[in-house]
Design a binder for this molecule. Structure first.
Ligand SMILES: Cc1ncc(COP(=O)(O)O)c(C=O)c1O
Length: 454
């Protein structure tokens, strides 16, 4: 008889073999807990970690838990489309050159818009320095099962890869995996960190859904993804001919450092219709009961999956064509997007220090250090996070965004009349983390071997 205790390691082994990982670890509290686990494994108190600033809020939470010191890797700003793409391998190399005592690197790829990083190039740079590379690949658990998808991070040399099974794939909500590649990360450490923070009563249903996804992909993945690609390409071609809609396509590869592109992300710019993506997303929901993955100032993004059949794709095509033919009156102001570089904020103290500092709510936070993260959702990338200093651009951006329909679920004051900041007088020890205000990445001034735990 196979016991539950044996079934999970067996299923993890089967997934690891199927995707080319050294090990797979199943988790049941979403990629958030997988990211906390992976971050607590590769970093710790006082250690520096180079992190793409375009990360999900769970990475920031991990920094608070671990007490690590972020060195921010600025994303590539795409000024034409006003979105961020992943940093390039050269950006990573330059950042590691500036901060040689970084002990690990974390990137997110692909982004919520489907643009991807050169994971192989970045892994080579990390490994030449003996540094583990962690990749948040929350949207890409199916990538290993079809050559038309972006390169799977674990096959491109990443040491730790986190994937959500409930986003673009067939797992139950909260099903997630951590994949280990290479030999820079100790799998025992990883499991001990997971044991520290996860439930002692994991859901067998969720584990079963991960195994079911693996089974389906191994046996039918190629065909299912072939079909999904064909439908996605057909839909894109159809919408590209629709007046008023601008559809992102693979021509984005090579622009602004974009190395890969996820063809199952449908990104449609609706600005020419005189409405925002926020309004278009609401219109799809209210008028057609279709839930787009995200709406922003300009576009809606839909995550197409191998489970969306012809009928589902037709419904979406018809809805977007109707929206374009008979757009609603604009019902909200378009948000003012500041010069994107103005959103690169100074990290004044560590996220952990700010999070545990004395705090106060203030109406004018400009110049003050944030004690909270405020993350427009989706995608949940904090516009400001604990320890960063507010500037006028970020305050305007958030307040204007809220007025336009931006969802900000984690703000301490949902009306944004006030913001939570570190109290003016702080214990002396907080002043010890001098800031490299001149640095373009706004990272901490480093001294080799410095830090609480070093
Ligand atoms: C890129 C990325 N990473 C991590 C997460 C966290 O995943 P989960 O919701 O499974 O905890 C999300 C969720 O939106 C995400 O988009």
């Amino acid at each position: 008889m196979i016991t539950a205790k044996q079934a999970v390691p067996d299923a993890e082994r089967l997934l690891a073999d199927a995707v080319g990982a050294r090990e797979a670890v199943f988790t049941t509290c979403g990629s958030s807990i997988s990211i906390h686990t992976a971050m607590l494994t590769v970093t710790g108190p006082g250690k520096k970690i180079l992190i793409d600033r375009n990360v999900h809020k769970s990475v920031v939470a991990s920094l608070v838990l671990a007490g690590a010191r972020p060195v921010w890797l600025r994303p590539r700003w795409d000024h034409e489309r006003q979105i961020a793409h992943p940093a390039t391998a050269r950006d990573v190399e330059a950042a590691l050159g500036r901060d040689p005592d970084v002990s690990a690197v974390l990137i997110i790829t692909p982004t919520e818009y489907g643009t991807g990083a050169d994971v192989r190039g970045i892994a080579d740079i990390c490994h030449a320095r003996g540094l583990p590379l962690m990749v948040d690949e929350a949207w890409g658990a199916h990538f290993p099962f079809h050559p038309g998808m972006p390169t799977a991070a674990v096959r491109a040399g990443a040491d730790l890869v986190v994937q959500s099974l409930h986003k673009a794939d067939g797992g139950l909500c909260q099903a997630s995996v951590i994949l280990l590649g290479g030999d820079l990360v100790d799998p025992v450490d990883l499991r001990l960190r997971l044991d520290l923070i996860t439930t002692t009563s994991p859901s067998a249903l969720m584990f079963g859904s991960i195994d079911g996804f693996r089974h389906r992909m191994v046996h039918q993945g190629r065909q299912l993804l072939d079909d999904a690609l064909q439908r996605a390409n057909g839909l894109r071609a159809r919408l590209s001919k629709t007046a008023g809609l601008t559809v992102l396509d693979e021509s984005i590869i090579g622009q602004d450092g974009v190395a890969e592109w996820d063809p199952l992300k449908l990104s449609v710019d609706v600005s020419a219709l005189g409405i925002t993506g926020y309004q278009a997303k609401d219109w799809l929901q209210e008028q057609r009961r279709l839930t787009a993955q995200l709406g922003d100032a300009h576009r809606v993004v839909c995550s197409l999956t191998y489970s969306d059949d012809d009928e589902a794709i037709e419904r979406l095509a018809e809805a977007l064509e109707t929206l374009a033919a008979e757009p609603p009156q604009a019902d909200r102001p378009a948000p003012r997007i500041p010069a994107l570089e103005d959103l690169n904020l100074e990290q004044a103290i560590t996220p952990r220090e700010a999070y545990f500092a004395g705090t106060e709510q203030v109406a004018d936070p400009v110049g003050r250090i944030s004690a909270e993260m405020i993350s427009p959702y989706p995608p949940g990338v904090p516009a400001i996070l604990p320890g960063e200093r507010f500037n006028a651009a970020v305050v305007d951006y958030l307040r204007a965004g809220l007025a336009s329909g931006m969802t900000l679920p984690d703000a301490s004051d949902p009306s944004l009349k006030t913001f939570r900041v570190v109290r003016a007088e702080q214990p002396a020890n907080l002043a010890t983390n001098a800031i490299d205000t001149g640095s373009e990445v706004g990272s901490f001034r480093h001294s080799a071997g410095s830090g609480e735990g070093a």
